[in-house]
Design a protein around this ligand. Structure first.
Ligand SMILES: O=C1NC[C@H](CO)[C@@H](O)[C@@H]1O
Ligand SMILES: [Ca+2]
Length: 438
């Protein structure tokens, strides 16, 4: 079970998380079953990857969450849809990064939790359709899009997130199938970016896949830099690869030395020029909040705590964290929030690393504020303005909601017997690739 704590006080919260999730799931089943996304205000449905080509995104993202919540009848319903209806032979360009973290990851997690090898077959099938983006590239940096039916690749104007967020999903596929092509392709792309680090040991975030040349000067730990760093550490954690740890440590040392800024005693990570170190912007994306958890996981616990403290200030001020805040003025520079999970993600990582109850309390506030602002007739809705009274909703629910924050809350509050709390791994999309206890 989880770190020793007053489990009794959290059970009611865990029960509410599970009730809300199954309430939303039943509406998805009744009104949008098999769709990429439900429209939570109107009850309609919408595609995510390619217009007119649903791949059941929200359902695939939900399988491991339903399994961890012991909703086994619903797991069976979802698996039956995947086996009967999920077909990737689609003549349309799919974004390689999003397809990997959501579909390869979702299917791999579903296989890890259920042991149903038909799900591993599907994960291999979609990964094989993504591989041409890597093998067709002269540098090994993957193109951004690939046509799932023809293998036609497109768009070399990419970034370190979209070339570097594969090793977890591709690595477990190589481990589970014995085919090293996936791991090798993922690692080769990460190496190209690392080998091009600047004299300061920093990475700009935009890069051209055909030339390997940087397309900008700005370094960020937020998007589109974030999960490149996350997956260097994750690859080492999952597979023990010393190269990945060396690359992670080298880049993180530079980030902590040159990018960290303390202001009024609070820790932030401004965007800086990777070649000179000059501060370019003090805006912080809500997505950058994941970095507090990564720092804690990778041994920088004090900095991880401090950065989560900074985002906790923002949550206390706004209720729901705006997509961008400028920490110099603590003003929101982009007021929407598409049900972003990162604050809860890092709360879980910090709780697992420290056992400190403050992180469960912060995650509970995140859950309650989401319920109070995003709940709509048929599910949970993204917000277009968190500063409005009441915050205004959009008729859309992102696929990651089914995999991320509700799973983070459940794992934080339920002490479920289905998770090995001491040895587990959640991908950047919260897909459980290690630690399921069947
Ligand atoms: O890594 C990611 N980035 C964006 C989404 C959540 O904000 C989600 O797809 C995932 O967590
Ligand atoms: Ca993430």
């Amino acid at each position: 079970s989880g770190p020793v704590s007053a489990q009794g006080s959290w059970k009611p919260v865990a029960d509410t998380v599970r009730e809300e999730y199954l309430w939303a799931w039943r509406h998805y089943v009744d009104r949008a079953f098999g769709a990429d996304q439900i429209k939570p205000i109107s009850g309609g449905r919408e595609d995510f990857f390619a217009e007119g080509h649903s791949v059941g995104l929200s359902l695939v993202e939900a399988v491991d969450t339903l399994w961890l919540m012991e909703a086994d009848d619903e797991v069976a319903r979802a698996v039956r849809w995947i086996v009967d209806h999920l077909d990737f032979d689609i003549d349309a360009p799919f974004q390689v990064f999003e397809t990997n973290i959501r579909m390869v990851g979702g299917l791999a997690a579903a296989y890890h939790c259920t042991g149903d090898s038909r799900l591993l077959d599907r994960a291999e099938d979609i990964a094989d359709r993504l591989l041409p983006a890597f093998t067709q590239s002269p540098t090994g940096l993957p193109y951004r899009y690939v046509n799932l039916a023809t293998g036609q690749v497109s768009d070399p104007e990419t970034n370190i997130v979209e070339i570097g967020t594969y090793i977890a999903e591709f690595g477990v596929l190589s481990q589970w199938t014995g085919d090293s092509r996936y791991y090798d392709a993922a690692k080769r792309a990460m190496r190209v970016a690392y080998d091009n680090r600047t004299e300061l040991g920093l990475l700009p975030h935009d890069i051209n896949a055909e030339t390997g040349r940087w397309r900008n000067r700005e370094a960020t730990i937020g998007p589109p830099g974030d999960s490149y760093y996350e997956y260097l550490w994750d690859g080492y954690r999952l597979f023990g690869d010393p190269d990945l740890k060396h690359w992670y440590d080298t880049l993180t040392e530079a980030i902590l030395a040159r990018q960290a800024e303390r202001r009024d005693g609070h820790l932030w990570f401004p965007q800086i020029d990777a070649f000179t170190g000059e501060v370019l912007s003090r805006e912080q994306s809500v997505l950058a909040g994941f970095y507090a958890g990564l720092l804690a996981e990778s041994g920088h616990v004090d900095e991880g705590r401090a950065y989560h403290d900074s985002f906790s200030l923002v949550q206390d001020r706004f209720g729901v964290i705006p997509t961008f805040v400028d920490y110099a003025t603590m003003s929101a520079t982009r007021v929407d929030n598409a049900l972003r999970p990162e604050f809860a993600d890092s709360a879980l990582m910090l709780w697992l690393a420290t056992g400190d109850e403050v992180f469960r309390e912060r995650a509970r506030t995140h859950f309650e504020n989401m319920r109070a602002t995003s709940k709509a007739a048929f599910g949970f809705a993204s917000l277009s303005d968190v500063t409005a009274t009441p915050p205004s909703q959009e008729d859309t629910c992102p696929g990651y909601w089914w995999s991320e924050q509700m799973k983070y809350y459940w794992l934080l509050f339920s002490d479920t017997p289905r998770l090995d709390y001491r040895d587990n791994y959640l991908s950047t999309e919260a897909n459980l690739l290690r630690g399921a206890r069947r």
